[in-house]
Design a protein around this ligand. Structure first.
Ligand code: T3D
Length: 260
């Protein structure tokens, strides 16, 4: 039996990272947060991996911080919890030079929701839900929630969801632009993995440069962003995959991208 709180499997060029405390709805312990950072690092440095698929074991994606851990005598303090556990996860997800699919298989609450929402492509099963649960216990949204959510769905909706802590269904989440797609529960695993497999066969460096440009798009001026695109396009244009893409188009055949 595997007792690891984070599982890492490889399916061809897709790394499957599974949050694995199903009896506690995959709530994060400190140890689990550190393990997730380690697995993300492993995926980042393995050139065979061209897409990461992040999901939860059992019926939940993640219920956020394990609340029984933060009240004990060994409590780390909020500064330490965020600096050591959550912020490094969010920064890694945004920096890793490959696409990350959040496959939200069930409830995603608190930090669990915000870890999902900072991924590159977020999809959910029809029975999944999203809760900015922080206000219900007197905390403020963390793990990048106050950064990403207003950018995804607009300031007013984000503000109301964060203050009220209302649960949003997967359908409501897709309707307001919080996530990309919803799949029926029965097809969720294969459809979401299908997206990850597709991404893993695309021009990986071009996707990484797209991600980098998107990272700066809400904070740059237009001039700065045009320059970021200029720099990124020069790098993308120097890749083998660009050559292959153009050759395949001209030769009227399917491109075979190598990720280089
Ligand atoms: O120090 C800091 O806290 C800073 C960092 C903050 C980051 C955060 O993420 S703060 C937000 C923490 N999360 C929450 O407040 C969510 C708490 N959970 C819930 O509100 C509900 O469990 C859900 C809405 C997510 C799901 O509800 P439901 O009815 O489907 O499941 P349940 O019965 O509440 O939970 C099932 C089990 O999981 C249960 O354990 P038991 O009684 O069967 O042994 C429950 O206690 C456990 N569980 C669920 N969430 C957590 C948890 N255990 C520890 N921590 C949790 N967050």
């Amino acid at each position: 039996m595997n007792n690891s709180q984070i599982l890492l499997d490889k399916k061809n060029a897709v790394a499957v990272i599974t949050l694995n405390r199903p009896d506690k709805l995959n709530a994060f312990t400190g140890e689990m947060a550190i393990q997730l950072q380690e697995k993300l690092d492993e995926c980042a440095s393995n050139s065979q991996i061209r897409c990461i698929y992040l999901t939860g074991a059992g019926k939940a994606f993640s219920a956020g911080q394990d609340l029984s851990e933060v009240t004990g005598p060994d409590m780390r303090g909020f500064k330490n919890i965020l600096e050591e556990y959550y912020n490094p996860i969010i920064k890694r997800i945004r920096k890793i030079e490959k696409p990350i699919v959040a496959a939200v298989n069930g409830v995603a609450a608190g930090a669990g929701a915000n870890i999902a929402l900072c991924c590159d492509v977020v999809v959910a099963s029809s029975s999944a839900s999203f809760i900015q649960a922080f206000s219900k216990i007197g905390l403020i949204p963390d793990s990048g929630g106050t950064y990403f959510l207003p950018r995804l769905i607009g300031w007013q909706k984000a503000s109301a969801l964060m203050m009220l802590g209302d649960k949003l269904s997967a359908k409501e989440a897709v309707d307001c632009g919080m996530i990309f797609k919803v799949f029926e529960d029965e097809e969720f695993a294969s459809a979401s993995m299908g997206l990850a497999e597709r991404l893993s066969q695309m021009p990986t460096k071009g996707l990484a440069l797209t991600k980098q440009a998107l990272n700066s798009s809400f904070t740059n001026s237009l001039d700065e962003q045009l320059e970021a695109e200029n720099v990124g396009q020069q790098k993308a244009g120097a890749t083998d995959d660009y050559q292959e893409g153009v050759n395949a188009f001209i030769e009227k055949r399917q491109a075979k991208f190598s990720g280089k």
